[in-house]
Write a protein that binds this ligand. Structure first.
Ligand SMILES: CC(C)C[C@H](CC(=O)NO)C(=O)N[C@H]1Cc2cn(c3ccccc23)CCCCCCNC1=O
Ligand SMILES: [Ca+2]
Ligand SMILES: [Zn+2]
Ligand SMILES: [Zn+2]
Length: 172
């Protein structure tokens, strides 16, 4: 079970997220839905709940940025292609859990072109919850974007990693 960052996890099940910035390439409601669905993949396998907030601070802050954008030297984006997005592991820093998307990518939804925002978001949120990369090429947490899949889902590997951190859903 080496596929998660040892020690980094949230110590609560109710997490908040805030969409700080949007891309101009997709409608705002499309982006909200993409993030909601991406969080839903993880909440379906754990006791975690995600709530969007529009003011104040949140555990996970989502934004789009390009090249150097103020979160440390090694974290600059690189224009179209290359790195698509990145996220910070859970923790107590303001940047902990934050997720950034490279604005220079072609962000798409529901079509086989560019980079699918929901799938990339689901990968990044895995990091924001404490997962590292998987060496299973079929896993969502694999380090390479696997292209558009209208029926993408968590691989067994992803479920095993997240449940190691947070356990399984609790009966309501
Ligand atoms: C998993 C994904 C959602 C997030 C990861 C980054 C990541 O792990 N974030 O948490 C990502 O962007 N991986 C690169 C890895 C990568 C592939 N190449 C690269 C060329 C240069 C730099 C990086 C890459 C070859 C060319 C293809 C470039 C376009 C696709 N890019 C990738 O798959
Ligand atoms: Ca890029
Ligand atoms: Zn960043
Ligand atoms: Zn990653």
């Amino acid at each position: 079970l080496p596929f998660y960052a040892p020690g980094y996890k949230w110590d609560k099940n109710d997490l908040t997220y805030k969409i700080v910035g949007y891309t101009r390439q997709l409608g705002g409601s499309t982006q909200k839905l993409a993030f909601r669905n991406a969080f839903g993949k993880w909440s379906a396998e754990t006791p975690l709940n995600f709530r969007e907030v529009s003011s104040g601070t949140a555990d996970i802050e989502i934004d789009f940025a390009r090249y150097s954008h103020g979160d440390g030297n090694g974290n600059s984006f690189d224009g179209r292609g290359g790195t698509l997005a990145h996220a910070f592991f859970p923790g107590t820093q303001p940047i902990s859990g934050d997720t950034h998307f490279d604005e220079d990518e072609e962000w798409t939804m529901n079509r086989d072109a560019g980079s699918n925002l929901e799938i990339v978001a689901a990968h990044e949120f895995g990091h924001a919850l404490g997962l590292g990369h998987s060496n299973n090429p079929r896993a969502l947490m694999a380090p390479y974007y696997q292209g558009y899949d209208p029926d993408y889902k968590l691989d067994y590997d992803d479920k095993r990693g997240i449940q190691t951190l947070y356990g399984t859903p609790r009966p309501t």
